[in-house]
Design a protein around this ligand. Sequence first.
Ligand SMILES: N[C@@H](CCC(=O)N[C@@H](CS)C(=O)NCC(=O)O)C(=O)O
Length: 203
Amino acid sequence: MSLTFYFAPMSTATTVHWSLEELAVPYEAVQVDLKDGADKQAKLGPVNPNLLVPVLVHDGTPIFESAAIQIYLGETFGVDKGLYPEPGPARGEALKWLVWTNVSLGAAISRWLQNTQGPEALRNTAAGARAREDIDRLLAMVEENLGGRTYMLGENVSLVDFHLGALIEWIRHCGVDLAPFPRLAAWSERCSARPANQRLMAA
Ligand SMILES: N[C@@H](CCC(=O)N[C@@H](CS)C(=O)NCC(=O)O)C(=O)O
């Protein structure tokens, strides 16, 4: 069995990196310098024509898109390790939050960053403000979900917590205040304190 993981620090790849560390499966990590076009082309060209990290290559098959990788890792290794639900309604909940993290919350965060911190010529103040409102509305969904739950799927930590948790760490770093969402803030601290995440942060 071979697993090769293409990543860059402090990027979308961190969500998958965290899961790989928690799953404790052996993998080879290949760091890509996203600022170096030649490095990107040489390393990512053969595995992701979109030239983005993360990419996971399992026994020669490349898988890109972080949510797809998380789902794949969950199905392939996570159930046995107690980090991903068996097929059934709980699996449906995991899929719901993994996909939501990218296509709802992640998309709003991208709009916000592009319109407030991206290239000057592409910024739009009203679109940035709208995206920021959307982020708070979406964070309120997480706050609601965490009512009476320790983790996103209930009492057990799962790949959903690592996927969403890494994104929340990132937006905190970008200046999103979690104070209006106390359950979310406490959950984020709980997840971030895990040894696997601390190892990544220290690397
Ligand atoms: N939808 C993709 C987004 C991946 C993505 O945007 N990756 C960024 C890093 S955060 C990247 O590789 N950018 C390449 C570059 O900056 O040249 C996913 O979830 O995997």
